[in-house]
Ligand binder design. Structure first.
Ligand code: PAF
Length: 283
């Protein structure tokens, strides 16, 4: 496995391949990331994972400085998996000058849910992903592939739309959420949880499952169900940003009584102590 730190080195290395399959990450890898890499290994003629904690997608009060940076352990896991290339640029390499050009996703998709609670987040994500795509796929002869986890559901939709609207030569693939035995979605931020918070954290997927079960059971008053779910978590000490049922197609609320199971997703974001968790359930 090659570990490269510069754009020039990566381009040199990829020049002899036709169709890279790419997994962008911020490192601190867990089984969820590794599943995305395994998926990528089935798609292209070379598998590339990037590790870069992207300052642009963090708000000033968020955890950019403390975000876990575990490059050696990450590389060991990727090597064991048979990943071909790790691209781990420094900030100076990826942003040698202030990144004045940015990709602003459409408000109708990016200003709600995560974008509402983390303003600028999707601009930061879209900008770095566009830049990484230019670096990884800039010289690819056949179309490339990129794999994004479904845990960041809205992010996956933003990236799909960006690729479509800019006609980028990349096929985007969604990777299923990987969960612990008790149902918690794997996330690098789970490492911030105290043992007590870790035990409590499963209440987020449970709240989503309860919402899903109620809708599948025929209850269509979504506002009431969402409020009940929010109240339940709030009583347990959570600070809820949103718990909501949306259309999968555009993440907007379904029309009352005008929706069919099979086209919906329940999404949630809530804070437990100082840790903000997100999760979702397609149904
Ligand atoms: O999902 C992530 O880890 C990040 O948002 C991404 C896609 C690597 C961009 O920094």
């Amino acid at each position: 496995m090659q570990v490269v730190h510069t754009i020039a080195e990566l381009r040199r290395h990829l020049a002899r391949f036709d169709a890279p399959a790419f997994v962008p990450t911020m490192g601190n890898l867990h089984e969820g990331h590794l599943a995305l890499v395994r998926q990528a290994q089935q798609l292209g003629d070379v598998t590339v994972a990037s590790i870069f904690v992207n300052r642009l997608q963090f708000l000033p009060h968020e955890d950019f400085d403390t975000y876990p940076r575990t490059l050696d352990a990450d590389c060991a896991q990727l090597e064991a998996l048979g990943c071909d290339v790790v691209f781990a640029p420094s900030e100076q390499e990826l942003y040698p000058e202030p990144q004045g050009f940015k990709v602003h996703p459409p408000a109708a998709l990016a200003d709600m849910l995560e974008g509402h609670f983390r303003p600028g987040f999707f601009t930061g994500v879209s900008t770095v992903v566009m830049k990484l795509f230019q670096i990884v796929f800039g010289q690819c002869k056949a179309g490339g592939h990129a794999v994004f986890g479904k845990k960041d559901y809205q992010q996956l939709m933003v990236i799909r739309q960006m690729v479509r609207q800019f006609a980028l030569p990349v096929t985007i693939h969604g990777g299923e959420i990987v969960r612990t035995d008790d149902g918690l979605a794997l996330s690098s931020r789970n490492g911030y949880l105290t043992p007590e918070e870790r035990a409590e954290a499963v209440q987020l997927p449970r709240a989503l499952q309860t919402l899903v079960a109620a809708v599948l059971g025929g209850e269509h008053n979504l506002a009431a169900l969402e409020q009940q779910a929010t109240d339940t978590l709030t009583r347990r000490g959570w600070q809820v940003d949103y718990l909501t049922v949306r259309r999968r197609a555009d993440l907007h609320p379904p029309a009352p009584n005008g929706f069919l199971p099979g086209e919906l997703v329940a999404l949630g974001a809530a804070r437990l102590g100082r840790t903000r968790l997100i999760d979702n359930w397609e149904f």
